[in-house]
Write a protein that binds this ligand. Structure first.
Ligand code: SGN
Ligand code: CA
Length: 523
């Protein structure tokens, strides 16, 4: 009798049971995923990246126990679009969420839905920013819109509730509670912890308000960039620390000494604070604001003071995120979950911490094109590895599905990083495509798209201008010299343009003429 016949007659029951056990075991061994994403956390403010602005020992634990990417990039450096790319593994023009004014079509395919369908328990806690309700999650508890730092509202599986406390701590508490008590422990899980911090207007927790007061904050050497070699986009943006920041909202120059308390009318961003919190804020800023008033700074000195105040608050806001990461990692250690859980730490994009004189993101220049990326998966990813190969947030969904053993849909546009993470290939991409759309809009970063290779970056600004920029990242890593008009670069420009056309075809990008037709005419 053949094995097939024996099986059919139930004689080989023993081995059938065995094979069932193996598959049940395989299922159990599917990794859990904890995906932690901050909002606007530039790598400059993570100590393992070596910029020496602050210390993030807990985020660094992920780097020390796993891999740190130095060339992880986004496809569209802005919040909602980045989140939509993450969920769908598709560029903005295909997932439909090109700028922050869009509403996410939650009916489309997303990786949490695919995980759920494959037996994963899925949850998202924190910032969402995609307008429509989350789909594909067993549990969701999100901040409405941008959310508030103090005493924020949450929408908990559809029900709005105001929670007393500081947003980063509350997101952490909800996350630990879900991990410990709420999830179905018979299933592998994917938990997405999406912090609001350190998004503008950089409001630290009370205990950190004075943490960086005497810190020696390094000023980027291109803070006073005059954009001499660049086109209109860099000249016409509205994201300069010196020129654009609001005295109260951004720089916390409310005047408690004069009025006793900042008024909710003029300082509405403070209106969420309860009287005890407000008193702590007034105490924390009064003396240093008085010192500032007494100095009567102007010109470059004033600009430097603004940068320092901005970074003090930004870094103090990051402190709570690091603490949160520590709590989550400790929980994984304590419960023995660490071994079989992939932990990813990233941001929705990078951020300018004074480079080129800026704050915010949007541009295809390095600080905002990049996003920090740290991944830990014990026994699968080498400890303390620094990977300098290019990856994109477009690849995240594919990577997670790959690790979960779920077939990656053909219409996803990224590439699984799993073979790279396991050192089975030396790289997954030679170049990347970028496209930013939110213009006209806040901060006035003009529409542009472009290509980045390991060495070069070519950008085309369009809509109300038509300008190209080229950077040689090897000789000019800070992108101070636009070399597009240098005749010696004719060949490389031709090559990059040819490759751009190929990528537009591969990624099904509509022509910019088509795109521009759909929006308001240039004024
Ligand atoms: C708000 C901020 C901007 C920020 C956008 C988008 N202004 O409009 O500074 O660029 O959000 O940020 S604020 O006055 O409201 O703080 S994103 O991360 O959501 O894309
Ligand atoms: Ca953001």
């Amino acid at each position: 009798m053949t094995k097939k016949n024996l099986l059919q007659k139930g004689i080989l029951l023993g081995s059938a049971v065995l094979s069932m056990n193996v598959s049940a075991q395989n299922k159990m061994q599917r990794p859990n995923i904890i995906y932690i994403m901050c909002d606007d956390h530039g790598e400059q403010a993570i100590s393992s990246y070596g910029h020496r602005l602050n210390k993030t020992p807990n985020i660094d634990r992920i780097a020390n126990q796993g891999v740190r990417f130095t060339k992880a990039f986004v496809t569209n450096s802005i919040c909602g679009p980045s989140r939509a790319v993450l969920l769908t593994g598709k560029f903005s023009h295909l997932n439909g969420f090109v700028d922050n004014d869009c509403t996410f079509n939650g009916e489309q395919q997303t990786f949490p839905k695919l995980l759920q369908g494959a037996g994963y328990e899925t949850a998202i806690i924190g910032k969402w920013h995609l307008v429509s309700n989350p789909t594909g999650f067993n549990y969701w508890n999100i901040l409405p819109g941008q959310g508030d730092y103090y005493n924020p509202d949450f929408i908990n599986n559809g029900k709005k509730e105001r929670k007393e406390g500081y947003v980063t701590n509350l997101i952490t508490d909800y996350s630990l509670e879900w991990l410990d008590k709420q999830r179905d422990k018979n299933k592998p899980f994917c938990l997405m912890i999406h912090h609001k911090a350190p998004h503008r207007n950089w409001m630290p927790d009370i205990k950190n308000l004075n943490k960086f007061d005497s810190a020696d904050i390094k000023v980027p050497d291109n803070f006073f960039d005059d954009y001499a070699t660049r086109g209109r986009a860099a000249h016409e943006q509205e994201m300069e620390v010196a020129r654009i920041m609001f005295p109260g909202y951004d720089l916390k120059l409310f005047d408690p000494l004069k009025s006793g308390f900042p008024s909710a009318a003029t300082d509405s961003w403070l209106s969420r604070l309860n009287p005890t919190q407000l008193a702590a804020w007034v105490k924390a800023y009064s003396k240093k604001n008085q010192q500032f008033n007494d100095q009567h700074l102007t010109g470059k000195e004033l600009a430097l003071w603004k940068l320092k105040r901005y970074l003090q608050d930004y870094l103090a806001t990051v402190e709570s995120v690091d603490e949160s990461v520590g709590k989550v990692l400790d929980y994984l250690d304590k419960t023995g979950l660490a071994k079989n859980t992939i932990v990813i730490y990233t941001s929705d994009q990078g951020f300018y911490l004074g480079e080129h004189g800026w704050f915010d993101k949007r541009f295809m220049y390095e600080e905002s094109l990049k996003t920090p990326l740290l991944i830990r998966y014990p026994n699968h990813i080498e400890k303390g590895w620094v990977c300098d190969k290019m990856v994109q947030n477009l690849d995240f969904a594919e990577t997670i599905l790959d690790y979960a053993g779920v077939t990656i849909p053909k219409d996803m546009q990224g590439i699984s990083m799993k073979p790279l993470l396991e050192k089975k290939v030396s790289k997954i991409r030679d170049d990347l495509y970028y496209h930013y759309y939110e213009y006209p809009g806040v901060h006035s970063a003009k529409r542009h798209y472009g290509i980045r290779t390991d060495r070069y970056k070519l950008i085309h600004f369009y809509y109300d201008n038509d300008e190209w920029e080229l950077y040689d990242l090897k000789n000019d890593p800070k992108e101070m010299n636009n070399i597009y008009s240098n005749p010696s670069n004719k060949k490389i420009i031709e090559t990059l343009k040819r490759r751009l056309v190929e990528m537009e075809k591969q990624y099904k990008v509509p022509s910019i003429e088509e795109e521009v037709k759909k929006i308001a005419p240039v004024k």
